[in-house]
Write a protein that binds this ligand. Structure first.
Ligand code: ARG
Length: 556
């Protein structure tokens, strides 16, 4: 990556063109070189034909590379393979997990993710927000940013009025103590069933929400209890996913008495309008945003508005990322537009990191009343299945439970992160757990394989003069060299799938090499070199998996 950037700077200088116009490609077919510079884009501006430009560049670059060729208006550059191989392997082994780190850049990113809703099960939908957010956190840190994470709990809103009424009417304390979320869900579902017959219940719900807003002690107490119990349940899921903590758990309720400030500012800026008794902000090309209902109750977006200013003030972010499903696209568009209309340029730094649904057999695996799929169950099933595999493959393995947990949870996480986040993803437990194919276990397996391979090495000094750099070795080196660039792409597109795909490619490069060239073949210089190559590969696999929030396994 550094090499590419240096090259870019040189070309920019020589051709006197802006940096963003300089193109350097990595040819798919490596016989075309390690880098290729197309010269036709400059022809018009420079009043020269591409061939002339290519020859000019060739002359300038000839000394720095092993070979420089001009082909069809391209300059193809070949790196000195031996020197590079040595340089990259040694750099990785020296830097270990900090290989690929960017210098700190003094920029602050707030990432809001996971954000499950109190009194509701942690569903598979929240899995996506959680694993994408966690990966983005690691990626942004690696890319040199300071990161502050927020779990914006859904712990407020009119539904809590319904819930309080429902619990008071149908709740069972014993059940609530043993299975809080199930019990809360049960009474909430009951509320909706009854409300179909008896519309007066909606009125009761509103009444209780009003009481909650006015800090009625009994309501407040119940709400707090629901919140605490829910958090305890969520923590079980976080523990299983290996997510230890967020910097803040400030949820929607934190803003319950802080919304007036922003509402007043909207008023002063003449942005509020009345519509059928409700208070709205008109947004031209978007549907209007509802700020207050006719009964005075505030809404989801009112709290988000209040929150975004609070966060700007507290963390002075350069960017804020909201990791939430694609069904909230409009909501975040409205949020941005309102901030823009209020005259704050930081509206441009608000990014909704959307994602698609998790589908099972083409249908939404949803959390709608009653039919919800709990993430905890999915994860436990995955771990159970992984345990069976371990039992079959390697019954004598130590700490089988621990290994099964890492495989099962890693498989579900990897399956989620390997696709471009905006796409819907299909979920088939068996497929995500396959050891061959584009899966988490495949990457973990490659890592474990390298690990056991390295057990027998001798640790002799390597002389690179005698080493032959075959095509499959060079492929691995090139891939390792691209790690930093991949991290940057993942950050710029806010998309962990760049890392997941990179790891699959790296593993496939390595397994290809391993199948073709024997590694442990006596203990000579070449063996030692190949062991080092394998070791460097394993360091990058481990670090890449860490970025995705997935553990590797030493033995499996
Ligand atoms: N709790 C919300 C939900 O489950 C997600 C919160 C998204 N973030 C936000 N700032 N609105 O749908």
């Amino acid at each position: 990556m550094d090499e590419k950037r240096k090259l870019k700077e040189k070309i920019q200088k020589w051709l006197e063109v802006p940096q963003e116009e300089v193109l350097i490609e990595n040819p798919k077919n490596r016989t075309m070189g390690d880098y290729a510079i197309p010269c036709f884009p400059y022809a018009k501006k420079m009043h020269k034909n591409p061939l002339e430009i290519a020859n000019f560049l060739k002359e300038k670059l000839e000394n720095a590379y092993e070979k420089v060729e001009v082909v069809n208006g391209y300059v193809n550059l070949f790196l000195p393979k031996k020197k590079w191989t040595q340089k990259i392997i040694e750099e990785i082994i020296e830097k270990q997990e900090s290989y690929g780190n960017f210098e700190p850049n003094n920029k602050q990113i707030v990432i809001e993710y996971s954000s499950p809703n109190i009194a509701k099960p942690f569903g598979v939908g929240h899995l996506r927000s959680t694993v994408i957010g966690e990966a983005l956190k690691n990626i942004c840190k690696k890319a040199g940013f300071s990161v502050y994470t927020i779990n914006y709990l859904g712990d407020y809103g009119t539904q809590f009025g319904k819930l309080i009424y429902a619990y008071k009417t149908w709740g069972n304390e014993e059940e609530m103590k043993n299975h809080p979320i199930d019990e809360l869900k049960r009474v909430y579902v009951k509320f909706h069933e009854e409300a179909k017959e008896n519309p007066l219940l909606e009125e009761e719900g509103r009444r209780y929400f009003k009481k909650l807003e006015e800090d009625d002690l009994e309501c407040l107490h119940l709400w707090q209890w629901f919140r605490e119990e829910s958090l305890k349940e969520f923590q079980k899921t976080y523990d299983l996913l290996g997510i230890n903590s967020f910097d803040s758990y400030t949820g929607e309720s934190y803003y319950k008495d802080k919304m007036e400030k922003v509402i007043k500012e909207l008023e002063e800026k003449n942005l509020l309008e009345k519509s059928d008794g409700a208070t709205i902000v008109s947004l031209e090309e978007l549907p209007p945003a509802l700020i207050k209902r006719s009964d005075g109750a505030t809404l989801y977006i009112t709290r988000d508005l209040s929150a975004v200013f609070d966060r700007k003030e507290k963390y002075n972010f350069d960017e804020i990322l909201y990791v939430a499903g694609n069904e909230q696209i409009l909501h975040f568009e409205q949020l941005k537009r309102i901030v823009e209309k209020m005259g704050y340029p930081f509206w441009k730094d608000i990014h909704h990191i959307g994602f698609g649904l998790i589908l099972k057999d083409g249908k939404k695996m949803s959390t709608r009343q009653g039919k919800s799929v709990k993430l905890q169950d999915v994860l436990e099933e995955a771990v159970g299945l992984a345990y069976q595999y371990v039992e079959e493959k390697n019954p004598n393995l130590e700490n089988k439970e621990e290994v099964a947990k890492k495989i099962g949870v890693g498989a579900v996480t990897f399956n989620d992160l390997k696709n471009y986040r905006m796409n819907d993803i299909e979920f088939h437990l068996e497929d995500t757990l396959r050891f061959e194919g584009n899966t988490g276990p495949y990457v973990q397996y490659t890592y474990a394989r390298i690990n056991s391979l390295l057990e027998n090495r001798k640790g002799i000094e390597i002389s690179y003069d005698e080493i032959e750099i075959s095509e499959s070795i060079w492929n691995i080196i090139q891939r390792l060299n691209n790690f930093k660039e991949t991290i940057l792409s993942a950050k710029e597109n806010y998309d962990p799938s760049y890392i997941a795909k990179y790891l699959l490619d790296l593993c496939s490069d390595f397994n290809h090499f391993y199948a073709k060239e024997r590694i442990i073949d006596g203990f000579d210089n070449t063996t030692e070199f190949k062991c080092n190559l394998a070791y460097a590969t394993s360091i990058v696999i481990k670090e890449g998996m860490r970025l995705l929030g997935i553990s590797v396994i030493n033995k499996m």
